[in-house]
Ligand binder design. Structure first.
Ligand code: AMP
Ligand code: DBH
Length: 562
């Protein structure tokens, strides 16, 4: 079952990846039963009071798979999934894997603007959402998104309040009946391992979010090899505090690798330090993953925490830039040993290794996990730079797909003709192959690890009558690293402030993390000699404007912060 829009690896490489044992040619749903056979009564997932053994998880996923099939979702379909961290989310991913249905993993803060786009892009036949989450009515949102897809797009709701016409996810998980017979039926119609397992989102691109199709083969390797590199074993207890819809917490090594080796995954709905520290003590957590913004919060909270977090062996930090000074602070003050991670939903994963010397862990973002990860550091003409010099990172490999899903025009820019992914990151590589992330060429804002395309926010702002011209750049932010700064030339006679922008974004149904937090009103946008918007100058201005003194440039005629 091939999906139109999926860009496969060249056939000779696919054969090589199988021959080398990277791709195991076994769909994740079959592997799930391998785990259940090997670790049956061990606890696989912990979510508050819920503790599921491997066997219960496999049986529940099978029941849910057949339940989904009864609603009309079929092999080859894509569905939109917007769920917070909870055990049902993992069961759903496994159920989809069993059926050959690929979930698009949306984030809980996404709203109609994002979800409608994703639903159309993937042509989904169902939308899965909680009834409510953090005071927001996701069921109604899901109904809107499904309606936009037309009749036949179902709404599946996780929670107690399921409105007529929608289907309750919990009811679909009913395990009545013979699990062995169900298992045989599902085995008989299992997808092939080179089919799409799931879709991850990328924020780091132009325009609206792109999606990345990850296959059973490549994503299983992504998680398994990450687990090996990070020393995962049966005693591993992984704590997910970042959204499991993210590649980092799901499969790098995250929840999936914990399940692969007979370990355990503990799911929390937020990275709030007190709850996380309590969970680390209670569940004897050995490894967790954080973005730097969360790591900073944990660092501040650690000295007064009453909890015993000494069981934490590894504290992974990645997703946005971490200076060597900050890394040193984290090494000194966080529970567990620091591990730097430089990863991407597009594939390539770099980790410092648990047994690396301190100075490597402090000053680099690690090295690739696979001998067949190809890494090139090039100049603006794609010519490799001398070793040790910084340049643009290109990569190919057994878990780096050859294109975004259904985005041929974008792929022509984001990939070279011979399949290298242009990461948009500027890196330096040391003699041992460790990468240091020094910057980026892509036009995005990395807000606490959440990537926001400048393009997308600019397009939204342009729809405001108050905006004559606009450019969006990152502004430095003490906790988050960066926040969204809108540089606006206002239309004569129309006043614009952040409240107005917030109202407009809210009305448009845009995820709130994309709403500008800094506004610079300018008389004109600075231009480069060839007439393009000079974003470098604007970034500098946004940086200076943040220092609590008068902006140096007279162009910054107004500045507001949330
Ligand atoms: P995405 O493509 O949305 O999955 O985001 C991946 C991007 O996040 C990378 O290409 C980098 O720009 C950024 N990133 C991830 N980890 C790190 C890190 N450790 N340091 C700096 N940037 C990072
Ligand atoms: O930022 C990311 O996308 C990221 C960071 C660390 C990632 O995808 C990952 C690890 O797998």
């Amino acid at each position: 079952m091939t999906r139109t829009g999926f860009v496969p690896w060249p056939e000779h490489l696919a054969r090589e990846y199988v021959a080398k044992g990277y791709w195991r040619q076994r769909p994740l749903g079959a592997l799930m039963w391998d785990w259940a056979e090997a670790y049956g009564d061990r606890v696989a997932l912990v979510d508050g009071p819920h503790r599921l053994t491997y066997r219960e998880l496999a049986e529940t996923a099978d029941a849910l798979a057949e339940g989904l099939a009864r609603t009309g979702v079929r092999h080859g379909d894509n569905i939109l999934v917007q769920l917070p961290n909870c055990w049902e989310f993992i069961a759903l991913i496994l159920a989809c894997a069993r059926l050959g249905v690929a979930p698009v993993l949306a984030l809980p803060p996404h709203r109609e603007h994002e979800l409608t786009h994703l639903a159309r892009l993937a042509g989904v036949t169902a939308v899965v959402a909680p009834d409510r989450w953090r005071d927001f009515d996701h069921q109604t949102l899901a109904e809107h998104v499904a309606r936009d897809r037309g009749a036949g797009c179902r709404v599946l709701v996780l929670g107690d309040t399921v409105r007529p016409g929608n289907t309750g996810v919990r009811a679909l998980m009913d395990r009545a009946g013979d699990p062995a017979a169900r298992r045989r039926r599902l085995d008989a119609s299992a997808p092939a391992a080179d089919e799409v397992l799931l879709f991850l989102l990328s924020g780091g691109t132009t325009g609206l979010p792109k999606i990345i199709a990850r296959t059973h083969n490549d994503y299983e390797y992504n998680a398994r090899r990450s687990g090996e590199v990070c020393g995962y074993d049966e005693d591993t207890v992984y704590l997910a505090v970042l959204p499991v819809a993210h590649n980092f917490a799901l499969g790098s090594p995250g929840v999936l690798a914990a399940l692969m080796c007979g370990g355990r995954a503990v799911l929390l709905p937020s990275p709030q330090p007190a709850a996380a520290f309590a969970a680390i003590e209670r569940e004897r957590v050995t490894v967790t993953s954080l973005v730097p913004a969360v790591a900073r919060r944990w660092l501040a909270a650690a000295p007064t925490s009453p909890y015993d977090t000494s069981g934490l062996r590894l504290c992974q930090v990645g997703g946005s830039v971490l200076s060597a000074t900050e890394a040193a602070d984290l090494m000194a003050g966080l529970p567990g040993r620091l591990q730097q991670v430089f990863g991407m939903a597009e594939g390539l994963l770099n980790y410092t290794r648990p047994d690396d010397p301190d100075d490597i862990v402090r000053t680099t973002q690690g090295r690739p996990i696979c001998a067949d990860d190809e890494v090139l550091v090039v100049d603006e003409d794609d010519v490799p730079v001398p070793a040790g010099r910084s340049g643009r990172l290109l990569t190919r490999g057994p878990y780096t797909p050859r294109g975004y899903f259904a985005a041929p025009e974008h792929n022509a820019r984001a990939f070279t003709p011979d399949g290298w992914y242009r990461t948009g990151d500027v890196v330096r590589r040391d003699v041992a192959g460790n990468l240091v992330v020094e910057g980026r060429t892509k036009d995005l804002i990395n807000r606490g690890g959440e990537k926001i395309s400048a393009d997308e926010v600019e397009d939204l702002l342009r729809a405001l009558p108050h905006v004559a011209d606009v450019a969006v750049v990152p502004a430095p932010h003490r906790e988050l690293g960066e926040s969204v700064c809108a540089c606006v030339v206002p239309t004569a006679g129309l006043a614009l402030d952040l409240t107005e922008i917030r109202r407009f974004f809210h009305e448009r149904g845009v995820a709130s993390f994309k709403t500008p937090e800094v506004l610079m009103l300018l008389d004109a946008l600075p231009r480069t000699p060839v007439g393009k918007t000079d974003k470098k100058a604007l970034r500098k201005l946004a940086g200076e404007a943040h220092v609590p003194r008068q902006p140096r440039s007279p162009a910054a005629s107004a500045l507001q912060r949330l």
